[in-house]
Design a protein around this ligand. Structure first.
Ligand SMILES: *Cc1c(COP(=O)(O)O)cnc(C)c1O
Length: 232
């Protein structure tokens, strides 16, 4: 029951934050990040009405996708790949996921398009932007977005939907807001060339409010729904 309560609580927060900054709450999607979490917990989220799920690890994500295809088809689940993607794993992702949020080079995009299963609709993709210029993070710089976007839109089996970022966690809230606002600028600039893009994926459990204030259209929440993760 706790997962249902957590989801209700987050939906309420999204609504409140949106209203405070005069945005329509329905323009902000909630992606439940279920990495490392078992089927029984995902079941609880589904029962509470959640349909969008994010996974970081290819093998784990695909096992869950196949499980639900076999056991709960037609309930409209949408699976987003949000982890780093190596070229030797693109085929599995192209054949099973609905979205990939972490595109940062053409080679990966090209492989995903080539390997997309023919019976599936185009794979929705986001370009990941390294907005905080961290060496450790993947993502293109703002100046590289447009070229990659042009290359992606030339591919037949991908649909460019927008941008994604994981800004550095900042203790200073103002610095965090600046990073989110920079992302919104990049998003608006890209929209001038590609009017069909509709997704700016940013904001996690700890920085939801700043992200929504800056214009996020999709928040990716793990811990605040499922609790802390354990890695072993
Ligand atoms: C794990 C993860 C999240 C969720 O983070 P929480 O702090 O648990 O909400 C969001 N986005 C990405 C890319 C992640 O890897």
């Amino acid at each position: 029951m706790i997962i249902k309560q957590n989801l209700q609580h987050i939906q309420q927060s999204i609504t409140n934050i949106a209203q405070q900054c005069e945005r329509n709450p329905n323009t902000i999607k909630l992606l439940a990040v279920s990495k490392t979490k078992p089927i029984e917990q995902i079941d609880q989220a589904i029962q509470a009405g959640q349909r969008l799920f994010g996974e970081n690890y290819v093998q784990e994500g695909i096992e869950k996708i196949i499980y639900y295809q076999q056991n709960r088809p037609n309930i409209g689940l949408e699976w987003h790949f949000i982890g780093p993607l190596q070229s030797n794993k693109t085929k599995l992702v192209a054949e099973h996921f609905d979205w990939v949020q972490t595109i940062d080079r053409f080679k990966i995009a090209q492989r995903l398009s080539d390997q997309r299963a023919r019976h599936l609709p185009p794979l929705n993709v986001l370009i990941q932007v390294n907005i905080s210029k961290e060496d450790s993070k993947s993502g293109v710089s703002p100046g590289e977005i447009k070229l990659l976007a042009e290359q992606i839109t030339s591919l037949p089996n991908l649909q460019l939907r927008g941008l994604m970022a994981i800004p550095k966690a900042e203790i200073d809230r103002n610095k965090q807001i600046v990073a989110f606002e920079k992302m919104y600028d990049c998003y608006q600039t890209l929209q001038q060339s590609f009017p069909n893009i509709d997704t700016l994926s940013m904001g996690m459990s700890d920085d939801l409010a700043s992200a929504i204030n800056a214009g996020s259209t999709m928040v990716r929440i793990g811990t605040a729904i499922f609790g802390a993760r354990q890695y072993n």
